[in-house]
Ligand binder design. Structure first.
Ligand code: DX5
Ligand code: ZN
Length: 224
């Protein structure tokens, strides 16, 4: 089943608990949490204490997207803080296979993220290890950027490989997703679809979540 993951990067951090509760009541099952270190990307977000607090107020699956130069050091810390799944960027992992297995051994699902400029083929040797692959459809660092259409070509290529190899990993997409293009992402083969500003920068995030999810469901039902 396709899941829409609200990204709290665009939520009002002073009312974070309420914002999360609203999308949870609207039917969200997973929440996307962006962790930025000001080095891998030119922005800073939040750390383990905030993840710990979020963990206390929600049962949603916490999907952590680590935009950090040193994910090996911090992945265990965030798992301890309550993350259910952790994705690391291919671009910073010298020993990607080891990092993914370490995340799994610490008890979380392990994902790998590709920047828009990183080819899908760089993952060929770890596709049988990953629990999910996240295709960035913007350059990471900020919410509210414009969708890069080439991401859909990458999703289709990955979906084809998954089918050919008979693997089960999930395909996630992140950046610039809205009511207008969510159906395209579903038809390309995405299972998990992140949406930040298109949900939280609206008057009624819960209602917007429901409408985006509805559009995703309709696209699923007409997928051949
Ligand atoms: C960007 C982050 C995204 C961000 C997406 O670096 O990884 O998760 O929240 O925001 P929107 O949906 O507004 O593009
Ligand atoms: Zn993200």
């Amino acid at each position: 089943m396709v899941e829409i993951l609200p990204s709290i990067l665009s939520a009002d951090f002073a009312r974070l608990g309420e914002e999360i509760a609203a999308v949870e009541r609207a039917g969200a099952r997973m929440l996307h949490v962006d962790i930025m270190d000001g080095h891998f990307v030119p922005n800073l977000t939040l750390g383990p204490p905030v993840v710990k607090s979020v963990r206390r107020v929600t049962k949603l699956t916490l999907d952590l997207h680590l935009m950090l130069m040193d994910p090996d050091r911090y992945a265990p810390v965030f798992i301890e803080a309550g993350a259910d799944q952790i994705s690391v960027h291919q671009e910073v992992c010298l020993h990607l296979d080891r990092t993914l297995r370490m995340i799994q051994s610490e008890g979380a699902q392990a994902g790998v993220v590709l920047n828009p400029s990183t080819p899908v083929s760089t993952l060929d040797e770890v596709l049988d290890v990953v629990d999910y692959v996240l295709i960035m459809s913007v350059n990471p660092g900020f919410g509210g950027q414009q969708f890069i259409p080439n991401a859909l070509r990458k999703v289709r290529a990955l979906e084809r490989k998954r089918r050919e190899l008979g693997l089960q990993f999930a395909i996630e997409i992140d950046g610039g997703i809205s009511l207008e293009n969510v159906a395209d992402a579903v038809r390309a083969g995405c299972d998990w679809i992140v949406a930040g500003s298109s949900i939280f920068h609206t008057d009624d995030p819960a209602d917007t979540f429901v409408r985006i999810e509805q559009a995703a469901r309709e696209a699923t039902s007409i997928k051949v």
